[in-house]
Design a protein around this ligand. Structure first.
Ligand SMILES: NC(=O)c1ccc[n+]([C@@H]2O[C@H](COP(=O)([O-])OP(=O)(O)OC[C@H]3O[C@@H](n4cnc5c(N)ncnc54)[C@H](OP(=O)(O)O)[C@@H]3O)[C@@H](O)[C@H]2O)c1
Length: 394
């Protein structure tokens, strides 16, 4: 029997996927890729299947799946599956040890739950799943004794700082935020921001949605909600500070006043490797920090006025129920509209605010409640944008 950890990677063709493949190339004595999934970029997925000799692959998009089958682009030893069912098949492969969920959006929600119910270890990069259905995902993980290993760099940092600590010893979790592309722009210039400006992140290279979310700090808002579900703390125990250099990935304040931090260069290979190898430490892919080259490490307070999306996320977190899910989906629709040049940058929080106002909050009882809600929020947010109704007061 192989002693390698067998990895299934959902979202193999994305930015986290690419970093994960680098980690697996580097740690090929410890890690083996046995399943890969993407949405529609079949050529890229087939290339990964060939390079890593992967026996199982899935494409969520049905026409991409059909074209790939007909074109025979996947290697002969690779079984190709399709759609949500295909992703679920991969996520529950009996010989998988760990499933890394790096798809964007909520497409992998059911496959993730299936993996948890099948007792697979989960490394979670995707934050939308927890924001939308944190209650159901964490309940399932508790029931099946599955540890959710965070890949998001901030939560991975918190996870590392919290190791060996008891919940009652923790005073606050402090998430760091780079401040995104416009940290130094005068507020009056923000109304002329273009998608191109928003996609130029100062420190990280990521997918377009998350890069815009960094500029608005909606991403940090989603991370607050993610931290709430992952670490079982009260909303008031979660803080955010600005840290421009993206070297301190987050901090934990203990009740005696001590603050622990995790530092590494701003590269996702660090948290990905830690999550995949957990609890083992092995030499990293990249060099660590060189303090002879780091001039300074700044920590500053965040202005709620400058980052209204962050304040809205906190409101949603404190309100509970479906409010975080409304925040997430309304933000997604607004960001897509911004990227398509049909909504201004400063209008993103207005759409979220109006969607939170319009939709009544309630406590979801089933996963279907949440999934139906997602559709309703999509409709509401799209209507708000189309009719420019975010301008109206209620
Ligand atoms: N990028 C980062 O540094 C970073 C850091 C922390 C957390 N995250 C989180 O990690 C997740 C992935 O981010 P990313 O930046 O890697 O995104 P990305 O570059 O846009 O990649 C998204 C991946 O998901 C796949 N995908 C999209 N829709 C899908 C669907 N309906 N069904 C199945 N697969 C689908 C894509 O496949 P195709 O290529 O075929 O479209 C691609 O493999 C997000 O939740 C993000 O918030 C990212």
């Amino acid at each position: 029997m192989s002693a390698k950890k067998r990895v299934v990677l959902l979202g193999a063709t994305g930015s986290i996927g690419e970093n994960t493949l680098n980690v697996i190339r580097h740690a090929s004595d410890d890690l083996e890729l046995i399943g890969i999934a993407g949405n529609s970029r079949s050529e890229e997925l087939a290339g990964i299947a060939r390079e890593f000799n992967v026996p199982h692959a899935a494409l969520a998009d049905e026409s991409a799946y059909r074209e790939s089958r007909n074109g025979g682009i996947f290697p002969p030893g690779c079984r190709l599956a399709c759609g949500e069912e295909g992703l679920t098949e991969l996520a529950t492969l009996p010989d998988a040890d760990i499933v890394l969920i790096a798809t964007s959006g909520t497409a992998a929600l059911r496959p993730a739950l299936a993996a948890i119910n099948a007792g697979r270890q989960i490394a979670l990069a995707n934050k939308e799943i927890l924001v939308l259905a944190g209650k159901f995902v964490t309940e399932a993980a508790r029931r099946h004794h599955v540890r959710l290993l965070p890949v998001d760099s901030e939560h991975n940092a918190l996870f590392q700082c919290l190791e060996g600590r008891q919940p009652e010893e923790v005073e606050r979790l402090i998430l760091t935020a780079s401040g995104g592309a416009f940290i130094d722009w005068p507020p009056e210039d923000l109304n002329r921001v273009t998608p191109r400006d928003a996609l130029a992140h100062p420190n990280w290279s990521m997918g377009p949605k998350i890069t815009v979310d960094s500029a608005t700090m909606a991403n940090k808002g989603l991370e607050m909600i993610e931290a709430y579900w992952l670490f079982d703390v009260e909303p008031r125990q979660i803080d955010v500070v600005l840290h421009r250099q993206s070297i301190i990935h987050s901090l934990v304040q203990l009740i005696d006043g001590s603050i622990l931090a995790q530092l590494s260069p701003p590269s996702m290979t660090f948290p990905i490797q830690y999550a995949l190898m957990y609890p083992k430490r092995v030499p990293g892919i990249q060099r660590s920090l060189d303090f002879t080259r780091i001039q300074r490490l700044d920590i500053e307070p965040v202005s709620g006025e400058r980052y209204p999306c962050l304040s809205l996320a906190r409101q949603a977190l404190e309100a509970g129920g479906i409010a975080p899910a409304i925040f997430n989906t309304a933000n997604e629709i607004a960001v897509n509209a911004f990227l398509a040049n049909s909504l201004a940058f400063l209008e993103i929080p207005k759409v979220i605010d109006r969607a939170l106002e319009r939709l009544e909050n309630f406590e979801p009882q089933t996963l279907d409640d949440v999934l139906c809600l997602e559709e309703a929020v999509r409709r509401t947010a799209s209507e708000l944008i189309e009719n420019k109704a975010w301008k109206k007061t209620s």
